[in-house]
Design a protein around this ligand. Structure first.
Ligand SMILES: [Fe+2]
Ligand SMILES: [Fe+2]
Length: 190
């Protein structure tokens, strides 16, 4: 069974791959044609979907576990969740822009750098401590919750929804279902 670190680590690799690909361009300013810009928009949408699901299940299951298990867990979780909140605000703006828009590339560049820092913070500052206190069974059990949670997680950032596990567990499914309906209606999930 994959552990929490396997599940989240796989997501991180996928997100880092997307960030590197986006970093390569081409962009509107470097002469991308309309097909390339349409693809760039699609790639950003995929990034928003992946990130939204990933951070939502961290909020629901991972940070509560960190808060419970580590003596400095509250501080670590607060730091990480404020990084996540900043990320959501940027992704939410980015999701509404076209690649030709003036702000698109600067917001994307901001996210690429902040997103990498956030992943590094989790993997190097949080994970080693959590690994040392969770049993293999606990890490697997948490992995299972994260994996299952992703199946019905929101696909948009929702920066105005409070990131508390309670709110997400009650309002989350309705929000996620609405996201998925909108994805279908707009072809965003293809
Ligand atoms: Fe995160
Ligand atoms: Fe993460």
């Amino acid at each position: 069974m994959p552990s929490a670190f396997d599940v989240l680590g796989k997501d991180h690799e996928e997100v880092k791959r997307m960030l590197s690909e986006l970093e390569l361009g081409p962009t509107a300013a470097t002469g991308a044609n309309s097909d390339q810009l349409a693809l760039r928009k699609k790639m950003v949408q995929q990034l928003v979907i992946e990130e939204s699901k990933h951070e939502a299940v961290e909020e629901m299951y991972f940070w509560p576990a960190v808060r419970d298990a580590l003596t400095d867990g509250t501080d670590l979780a607060n730091q990480a969740q404020s990084q996540e909140q900043e990320g959501k605000v940027v992704l939410d703006q980015l999701d509404k822009l076209a690649p030709e828009d003036e702000q698109f590339e600067s917001l994307l560049a901001e996210f690429i750098s902040a997103g990498r820092e956030h992943i590094a913070f989790e993997e190097t500052t949080v994970w080693p401590s959590l690994r040392s206190v969770l049993s293999a069974e606990q890490a697997d059990e948490l992995g299972q919750k994260l994996e299952n949670g992703k199946k019905s997680a929101p696909t948009r950032p929702h920066p105005h929804t409070p990131a508390s596990p309670g709110v997400l567990k009650t309002a989350g499914p309705a929000v996620a279902a609405a996201d998925r309906l909108r994805d279908k209606a707009t072809g965003r999930d293809e």
